[in-house]
Write a protein that binds this ligand. Sequence first.
Ligand SMILES: CC(C)(COP(=O)(O)OP(=O)(O)OC[C@H]1O[C@@H](n2cnc3c(N)ncnc32)[C@H](O)[C@@H]1OP(=O)(O)O)[C@@H](O)C(=O)NCCC(=O)NCCS
Length: 324
Amino acid sequence: MKLEILPFEKKHLDIAANLLLHRIEKIRKKINWFAPDLNSKAEARKAVEMEFTKDLSTGVIASVDDQMVAYMIGYIYPGGVFERSAWVQLAGYGGQEKCFREMYSFLAKDWISDRCFLHEIMVPSLNRELLELWYSLSFGQEQIYGVLDFKELGVPQPLNIEIREAKDEDRLIVRQLAVTNVIHQTRSPVFAPVSSEYLDQVRNSYEEAIDDQEIFLFLGFHESEPAGYQVYYPAQPALHSPPKTICLPAAGVVNKMRGKGIGTQMTSYCLNWLKEKGYNYCLTDWRSTNLLSSKFWPKNGFKPIIYRLSRRIHPDAGTANYDD
Ligand SMILES: CC(C)(COP(=O)(O)OP(=O)(O)OC[C@H]1O[C@@H](n2cnc3c(N)ncnc32)[C@H](O)[C@@H]1OP(=O)(O)O)[C@@H](O)C(=O)NCCC(=O)NCCS
């Protein structure tokens, strides 16, 4: 068997589209709604092309005995809100998994030359073998994307708090509550690096959300005291997002009021309200190192769909140039 790793070119798009479709069909055996907008070769080709034409994107194919059997495309996010990092999205790879390590090796060499030391890949959480493959390349779980099917949503819980949408006069309360989640994530064992500028950005964006008709921002009050918040907006089309999905990007309960059922009541109230509005699913994501959320969301019915795996490489890597 002759295995070659070669640069991805436009001429490879058709075969890559077939490989992606095949992968999606396999995933659909376990998650029947997966990739709702990818049902034809043309749609799959568009999805691969989107990865290939992103800024700072590079790709490879694996060829066995002169036949293309797999592809992998990643891109460098140059830095900004998050740190500089290389990403492989769900549509960015397909084909024979036994070639994935070699393809990653090829891409990683270029990323390290470009001084990109944090590598991220999205992997379906039910594919144990594929996860093991990435773990063997020193990737670890960082973020979990979970979906709740509203068919499995229980009836609304009895409330001992007041829950309502944020109003104009709630601006100060929203600014105060908005950072509860982020501050929690600076602590052990998450250790997210959060600057005071970022905290201000979060406060401002949630305050702006009050006026945004596309965003539902709920507040919870316990004995008239602000206790928690949850924010929702319609999900963008994505492979891991079924039709009619509402996205829950953030939620928090103030530190001293946690563990008293406030988060559970807010989740039950808001999701039942959104179900009434016509949504069928809710998508959220959490750090696997966040001990509170990683217990809370599965307990509230969210089933993991995708893991984002990450690998951090020492910044001195790639500088050695020894002869052997
Ligand atoms: C995650 C979070 C929103 C949950 O809210 P919460 O109000 O603490 O959650 P609840 O009190 O409803 O449930 C948490 C626990 O309290 C228990 N509980 C529920 N009702 C209770 C009650 N009346 N009395 C005592 N405990 C109760 C729950 O069973 C649950 O227990 P478990 O952890 O053993 O499963 C909250 O902990 C939080 O803000 N965490 C920090 C920020 C964060 O992680 N946000 C999510 C980011 S993705």
